[in-house]
Design a protein around this ligand. Structure first.
Ligand code: GDG
Length: 736
């Protein structure tokens, strides 16, 4: 039976040597909970770093660690201190983390860090590949492993690979600054499904892919090589019941079993009838907006001094990545701010900020959640933020108010919170006041709505939805019929060419015989091309046919003096060798007067776009336009054209960076049929790169050799990498 393998930087097991004895404790973090059923199912395993560096363990200890992990169905990726320094603290946390959270000034691109990132991703790949069988599913997590999907796919294409990013995906403008942007995208595109917390992150990712890679994008589907990759949003939830039930239990604690923290909170609550607690919980990370939160609390106290002596900010900051310089600076800044504000405002009976720089056990975390009247979750950038959801889950008495930053992914689904801009202190101050004064009824209404959503879309549901979508994504992959044209096959075609008695070569022009130019008029044939075509055309019983979307005038200008068969305007006109031009259909072109102004309007508003007018069609080229703007405009234009093309006589061809309006009954398939209908060819070879060439491939007999330029979805039998290979290929086929 196939299994599911989870891969993340860290394993969900905490390992520690206590007095030389190994203690393994399974983690209860969000991800571990969400994956519980996936992980425990069948022979599923989790692969990641154990948290212990190679050098710190003896050989015996390594075996001991592996055995302890095996008990938990985990497999370790062995990493050294250098790996951790360069791959984890280095590239992951001083390049990717700040870059993806819009902290460009903190982003350091170090070659040695990048090299280590590549190496460690390969180490992960090696361990995964050792532990999977064909057909297994692998779910890769987070920014530390962006290269892994591709590394796995390359070695084992039978795997179903999912990737989920837990942090934001930045806009292209930020992402493009990364020197290894291409490699990173390439790595991610090894997956069948790429998931993000929000639609915006997915949109940014698709935009980067569209601008950096040469791929076809259709809404949330990317056609890459012979695969379709789905991109979607899956907002991660929490283990709702765990938090909710813990909060219900909390109320039953006898006085003497209360933690020191809880006793202090009780003391605070008793000190004043109007006393209130505002909660803040995060890892000590510059993305979490801790200094801003402290400053906005100070701003609140100064703007509404009546709250001095009554309201406290309880701030838990959990130590994190302490050996990265920016985290040390943040810690210092936070210490100083708290010190200054407490120094300025404290009274004998009141300290405005209670600040804890440590991690608390789960029960004490619940103490904090349950005891706080308001939670301030105001990161400057956050992929999702689970603290916001956990706070809501613990509000079993239907009271409490959440102030949530619009920069957290969670804000996209927690509309009933008070949503703030974390940089707007005035707005935050007013929001704190509003939260503190919110009528009980309103608190209840807001919380009920939040709880309903968060309990329904919990972490297990999140994992389930992702895996369901992954299965669908894998199944959606088209069956690849086109095979790469191998040297052996080329040899075989050449043999056939040599012995055949009546030969036809149907050759698309742009993107096939010549590369694309920004302006279509620049793509003139080269002398090399003329020489090759002349040579082929002069072979006995051999007919060269150029079958193009170009207009008759252009093609005649370039090839009129040659003795080739010419098809222009996607098949509207045909000139057989030695014959005159003949229209393949009786066509009208009066419709152009209505469509041209529409295209002109879109050209005006899309810098770089241009119109090409052909006898029977109008083409709107956007190769030179900004990719994202063009994507938007083509969508609009298609919509407008569709509403104008009220009868079936016109259709819109969606070509390679071109939209072309033409008479419906013209296509290269009909033209090809026209050419072969009266002659018995025993060798037909057709080659083209475009969507419009698919008609030609489709109509040709099964014995024809059909070749697509570019490894994309096609009905052709074979494909080659790109148009730089075309002339060499023609040369080899026709010269034996
Ligand atoms: C990344 C993304 C995304 C905190 N202090 C203590 C403690 N915690 C727990 C919280 C919560 C978790 O840590 C923090 O999760 P967040 O989601 O808030 O933030 P990140 O760690 O930055 O996580 C984030 C997440 O991945 C999931 O995709 O939401 O945007 O940055 O569960 O309760 N737990 C205990 N003691 C503490 O002192 N026991």
């Amino acid at each position: 039976m196939n299994k599911t393998v989870i891969v993340s930087n860290r394993l969900p097991v905490d390992l520690k040597y206590v007095d030389d004895n190994l203690v393994a404790k399974s983690s209860s973090g969000g991800l571990a909970t969400g994956m519980k059923s996936v992980h425990s199912e069948g022979n599923g395993i989790w692969i990641g770093w154990s948290g212990l560096a190679n050098e710190d363990m003896s050989d015996i200890q390594k075996l001991e660690v592996d055995a302890a992990l095996a008990n938990e169905k985990c497999v370790a990726v062995p990493l050294s201190h250098t790996d951790i320094d360069n791959y984890y603290y280095g590239f992951s946390n001083t390049a990717l983390w700040p870059l993806f959270h819009y902290f460009q000034a903190y982003t350091e691109f170090e070659l040695s860090h990048w090299e280590s990132y590549v190496e460690v991703n390969q180490k992960f790949a090696d361990v995964v590949l050792e532990n999977v069988n064909d057909g297994d599913t692998v779910w890769v997590h987070d920014y530390q492993l962006l290269l892994l999907p591709e590394l796995l796919r390359k070695k084992n294409p039978t795997l179903t690979i999912g990737f989920f990013l837990h942090i934001p995906y930045p806009s292209y403008e930020l992402f493009r600054t990364c020197p290894w942007r291409n490699e990173l995208l390439q790595g991610m595109l090894g997956a069948d499904l790429i998931g993000f917390h929000t639609y915006d992150y997915a949109r940014h990712f698709i935009s980067s892919v569209g601008r950096i890679k040469d791929v076809e994008i259709n809404f949330n589907e990317i056609s890459y090589g012979n695969r379709i990759i789905k991109v979607d949003s899956f907002p991660m939830g929490i283990d709702y019941n765990r938090y909710h039930n813990a909060a219900l239990e909390h109320d039953k604690y006898p006085e003497d079993s209360k933690s020191e923290l809880m006793k202090s909170i009780d003391f605070h609550n008793r000190s004043n009838d109007e006393s209130k607690l505002i909660l803040s919980i995060d890892r000590m990370d510059y993305t979490k907006g801790i200094p801003n939160r402290i400053k906005s609390f100070e701003y609140f106290l100064n703007k509404y001094p009546e709250y001095k002596g009554k309201v406290r900010l309880v701030m838990l900051a959990v130590p994190s990545r302490e050996n990265v310089a920016q985290y040390q600076l943040l810690k210092r800044e936070t210490d100083e701010l708290v010190g200054r504000i407490n120094g300025d405002l404290s009274t004998i009976s009141w300290t405005p900020i209670w600040y804890f720089y440590r991690s608390l056990p789960f029960d004490e975390l619940i103490d904090l959640y349950v005891s706080s009247d308001v939670a301030m979750v105001t990161p400057v950038r956050d992929g999702m933020n689970l603290v916001a959801k956990e706070y809501v889950a613990t509000r079993t008495k239907e009271n409490g108010v959440l102030i949530l930053s619009e920069m957290a992914g969670a804000a996209k689904e927690m509309h009933e919170a008070i949503i703030v801009n974390p940089n707007n202190f005035d707005q935050i101050a007013d929001s704190i006041k509003m939260a503190l004064e919110m009528p009980a009824e309103e608190q209840k209404t807001r919380l009920e709505a939040l709880q309903k959503r968060i309990s329904r879309y919990d972490v297990e549901r999140w994992a389930g939805e992702f895996l369901k979508a992954l299965k669908v994504a894998k199944e959606a992959v088209p069956v690849q019929v086109a095979k790469k044209l191998t040297p052996n096959k080329i040899e075989e075609i050449a043999q056939h060419y040599k012995t055949a008695t009546k030969k036809l070569l149907l050759l698309d022009y742009d993107g096939t015989l010549v590369g694309f130019k920004n302006n279509p008029s620049e793509a003139r044939p080269t002398q090399e091309l003329y020489d090759l075509l002349d040579k082929i055309n002069s072979d006995e019983n051999t007919e060269v046919a150029i079958i193009s979307g170009r207009d008759r005038k252009t093609l005649e200008g370039w090839f009129g003096h040659k003795n080739y068969t010419l098809v222009t305007d996607h098949g509207a006109w045909l000139r057989k060798i030695g014959e005159d031009w003949a229209a393949l259909d009786h066509l009208k072109s009066s419709w152009k007067e209505n469509i041209r102004p529409v295209l002109e309007a879109f050209t005006d508003s899309t810098p770089g776009a241009l119109i090409e007018e052909k006898e029977y069609s109008l083409a709107w080229h956007y190769r030179k336009a900004d990719a994202e703007m063009a994507a938007l405009r083509t969508m609009e234009l298609k919509h407008v054209l569709k509403s104008l093309l009220f009868n079936n006589s016109l259709s819109v061809l969606d070509g390679n960076k071109v939209l072309e309006v033409k008479n419906s009954n013209i296509n290269k398939g009909r033209a090809a049929t026209g050419i072969i209908s009266n002659t018995k060819y025993d060798f037909i070879f057709a080659i083209g790169d475009d969507w419009t060439d698919e008609f030609m491939f489709e109509e040709l007999p099964e014995t024809a050799y059909t070749v697509k330029v570019g490894n994309v979805k096609t009905v052709a039998n074979y494909f080659i990498k790109d148009n730089t290979e075309v002339l060499g290929l023609l040369q080899r086929i026709t010269t034996l």
